[in-house]
Design a protein around this ligand. Structure first.
Ligand code: UDP
Length: 376
């Protein structure tokens, strides 16, 4: 087969680049190590008739018009404003922290934004420029909520306390001075009507795209020649045979998903319940049937245990890892016609919409229409 573009990985970055090049008339080959497309967005109907995600819940949210228009070409979407509850002191409280959270946990009767701002002001630890995750949380909500909702959850999730992580990790979660209990505040918040896998099937349906599943690029790379560009979406250290991290590993976190069928209609009152305490080892329980209000006599719940070995899901943002990554990044810049795209190849904690945007932007920067030469 003639190949113009070789793509490693059939997740968001790989699928978007494949679709873009295919519609420009290029022949695209995608090599995917796993037995399925869609990367960590992969979902399927399970034995209880419920659409579940194999690698954790994926909630799409964006403020980017371009990304929103693009994803709407491949699926219908239904509005879904994600909410999360956290089990703290035997109570189910909203996260992000809002007026309800503080009232429930401290038995208060705050009823206005002004009062909530005053409460936060009295509790927060002022820092001009938070250097790490701990300072970031203390500066926003103060020590009591830090201890109850963030410290141990973060340790379970990253095997590091917040002070060992960049502020950006915990800055993902805002604090609200009102009753807004949505996890995100983006303009567009939605889920694909028939799931992400179907969306990826459509993205990859162009006849110029060929996908080889169960194929590890590193096993076959010497056999594939003749392509003009390679897009690599796997872990960057693996591409370079771990040469800069033989002693100090570039860290990733993985998740052990433990699925159970529960023989009752619902298990919990919300799609996601976080467990930020030390009483259990898992970080959260997802009950998938809540997404899109799916109907089934039974329910499927998944407990998430974050672990350090297994498939790499999360890069771990801190100084040491950034320095190791930087060495790989410099090497990658020296390579001609090889591009590193996505969460694992850029070693960045991207949200889904950022992954779409980066791939679309990369395509534009490489292939954007050249200005026509003026003939007169
Ligand atoms: N976090 C926390 N308590 C929570 C939820 C989140 O301490 O109940 C912290 C934790 O460090 C986590 C980070 O905030 O890794 C970002 O959370 P997010 O929900 O964005 O993580 P994701 O859904 O991407 O795993």
């Amino acid at each position: 087969m003639k190949v113009d573009i070789l793509i490693i990985g059939a997740g968001i970055s790989g699928a978007v680049l494949a679709e873009r090049y295919a519609t420009r008339g290029k022949k695209v080959l995608i090599l995917e190590k796993r037995p399925h497309i869609a990367g960590n967005c992969f979902d399927y109907i399970d034995e209880n008739g419920i659409l579940v995600s194999k690698y954790g819940a994926h909630l799409f949210h964006t403020n980017e018009e371009g990304v929103w228009n693009y994803v709407n070409r491949f699926s219908e979407w239904y509005a879904w404003e994600h909410k999360v509850l956290a089990k703290v002191d035997e109570k189910l409280v909203p996260i992000p922290v809002n007026i309800t959270t503080v009232n429930m946990l401290f038995d208060l009767k705050i009823s206005s934004e002004e009062q909530m701002k005053d409460w936060l002001e009295k509790n927060r630890v002022h820092t001009d420029n938070p250097k790490n995750g701990k300072e970031a949380v203390l500066a926003r909500v103060g020590p009591e909520l830090y201890e109850k909702m963030f410290r141990h959850y973060t340790k379970k999730q990253w095997d590091k306390f917040p002070e060992e992580l960049d502020a950006s990790v915990l800055d993902r979660i805002p604090v609200r001075t009102n009753y807004d209990n949505r996890y995100f505040s983006d303009k567009y918040q939605a889920l694909p009507k028939n799931g992400y896998t179907k969306l990826f099937e459509k993205l990859l349906s162009h006849p110029n795209i060929h996908v080889e599943l169960n194929t590890d690029y590193f096993d076959v790379k010497d056999k594939i020649t003749g392509y003009s560009k390679l897009f690599y979406t796997g872990p960057i250290d693996r591409f370079f045979e771990f040469k800069h991290s033989l002693e100090d590993k570039l860290e990733y976190r993985s998740i052990n998903f433990v699925s159970e069928t529960v023989n009752q209609e619902y298990y919990q009152e919300n799609s996601v319940v976080n467990y930020p305490g030390t009483e259990v080892d898992f970080t959260r329980i997802i009950e998938y049937k809540h997404f899109g209000n799916q109907q089934s006599k039974k329910t499927t719940i998944v407990k998430e245990y974050t672990v350090d070995s297994g498939e790499p899901y999360y890069p771990v943002p801190n100084k040491k890892n950034r320095e190791i990554y930087e060495r790989y990044r410099r090497d990658s810049e020296g390579l001609k016609n090889i591009y590193f795209v996505g969460r694992l190849a850029n070693y960045k904690y991207f949200n889904m919409d950022q992954a779409f945007k980066n791939a679309l932007d990369l395509f534009k920067s490489l292939e954007g229409r050249k200005k026509r030469k003026r003939i007169f």
